[in-house]
Design a protein around this ligand. Structure first.
Ligand code: ZN
Length: 461
């Protein structure tokens, strides 16, 4: 049996791991490298294996850095079967269609003479709409949590709820090879326990080998309860000042979590029932609708809320604005509204229009609830820039800026250690999906035989 790593090696994006056993090839995730234009090249380069020889792709979840190269895999000859949970399949379709549009748009922009990059690579989209539709044609069996699926004789896969986003999974691959049994557990991205919308992470009792994410392996998050409190507080004080609240959001999970927080704050009288809330993101609106369709993947706490016929996202003043004209109409509101829009890092999307209209207002506030990479407008605002450039114009930052970190969908060091500690019999652990220094810090805490693979590095198990 052979294991090799083709992404998320000493970095946080591009998850793609290949397991070869019994003459079959199983790929766990096929994610996009994200975080800057220089990564276009990483995405376009060879996979490190022959896509036409891959029999199965098991998807841990629908984030782009775990599924975003699937259309490219299909384009380069993959004809096998993709296996995922029902919610992951739906969200992956949404995410991949969005990514395809963005790539085509970006390539079109770069082909213009005024485009900043003259590289021919950047002017060609990684994949076309047809490639994306081809990859959807490979979507096969639906995995149910804790229910083994036979991939091929002597190879089975079992998905366990990872508690990271809707439908997310850790995947155990069990192999019976020449009378010997092996098991490899791929963590996927691990969530936090005690969150309102999702179940806590679950895992098999034993595994010989663990391939594990370590995104926040070097630190602990602020508590969720304190973060909710901070959010409610920031909104209440902004409303009292008479400004708008902008929340740049990530469409999957974070949006639904914030909506649920608002719902609770209104239900317990912390925020007024008359509060106007705008969800101004077609992608986030679709993700919220998909969320409502998958009770099998939600937390039981939430289900008990629902059996009391209370919609967790039911906010009396909530308006979901899909149309551009509806979005533009929000610009006329100068105070008293909560406006949620993407992109989370303000690199594109409708949030940038709302920033133009609110950043200069000292009564307004912007609340960041997620990760902001270096070089993004979100990062510059968080770091205290006096002004940011949006649509070629300098916009002064006079609004109140809040950064609330406890909404992360990733387990912190304490939760990662707990997760690993609950799996018995682990012979060795391969760390992926973290910066190198973070991995080293986490490896030191983890103990035992820990490896940090390099890109395309193969291992015999
Ligand atoms: Zn993820």
């Amino acid at each position: 049996m052979k294991l090799s790593f083709h992404g998320a090696t000493r970095m946080v994006t591009g998850s793609c791991h290949l397991l070869e056993a019994n003459g079959r090839r199983v790929l766990i995730d096929c994610g996009l490298f994200q975080g800057g234009r220089e990564l276009n090249e990483d995405n376009a380069s060879e996979f490190g294996f022959d896509p036409s020889q891959v029999d199965f792709v098991c998807l841990t979840h629908a984030h782009l850095d775990h599924c975003g190269r699937l259309p490219l895999l299909a384009k380069r000859g993959f004809r096998g079967e993709v296996i995922a949970t029902a919610a992951t399949f739906e969200l992956a379709r949404l995410v991949l269609l969005d990514s395809t549009h963005l790539q085509m748009e970006e390539a079109r922009h770069r082909r213009r003479p005024s485009g900043r990059s003259r590289s021919s690579l950047a002017a060609t989209p990684l994949y076309s709409m047809l490639d994306t539709l081809d990859s959807f044609g490979r979507f096969g069996r639906v995995a149910r949590y804790a229910t083994p699926l036979e991939l091929a004789p002597g190879i089975r896969a079992t998905f366990f709820d990872a508690g990271h986003i809707l439908g997310s999974a850790s995947i155990l691959i069990e192999v019976n090879e020449a009378g010997r049994r092996h098991s490899v557990l791929f963590s996927g991205d691990i969530g936090n326990s005690g969150r309102p919308l999702l179940r806590p992470p679950s895992m098999p009792r034993t595994a010989d080998v663990v391939v594990m994410e370590a995104t926040y392996g070097n630190r602990d998050h602020r508590s969720y309860e304190a973060s909710v409190e901070e959010l409610h507080d920031a909104i209440a004080t902004t409303l009292a000042r008479g400004g708008n609240v902008l929340i740049p959001t990530f469409a999957l999970e974070r949006t639904q979590e914030i909506l649920f927080c608002l719902h609770q704050a209104i239900a317990n009288g912390r925020l007024p029932r008359s509060l106007s809330v705008f969800l101004d993101s077609p992608m986030a609106i679709s993700a919220t609708e998909i969320f409502a369709r998958h009770p099998e993947a939600r937390s039981t706490t939430l289900d008990s809320e629902l059996s009391g016929r209370r919609d967790p996202f039911d906010i009396p003043g909530l308006q979901m604005t899909r149309e551009t004209s509806e979005s533009r109409a929000i610009n006329r509101i100068t105070g008293g509204a909560v406006i949620m829009a993407g992109a989370g890092m303000c690199t594109g999307g409708r949030i940038r229009h709302h920033l133009v209209h609110n950043l200069t207002n000292p009564n307004a506030s912007v609340i960041f609830v997620g990760f902001a990479a270096q070089g993004t407008p979100a990062r510059r605002i968080i770091d205290g820039a006096k002004s940011v450039t949006l649509f070629g114009e300098d916009i002064a930052v006079r609004a109140h800026i809040h950064t609330i970190n406890g909404f992360s969908a990733h387990a912190d060091q304490r939760e990662l250690l707990t997760w690993h500690g609950r799996v018995d019999g682990v012979r060795e652990t391969y760390l992926v999906h973290a910066e190198e220094t973070v991995m080293q810090a986490f490896a030191a805490r983890l103990g035992g035989r820990v490896l940090m693979p390099r890109l395309h590095e193969p291992f015999d198990l």
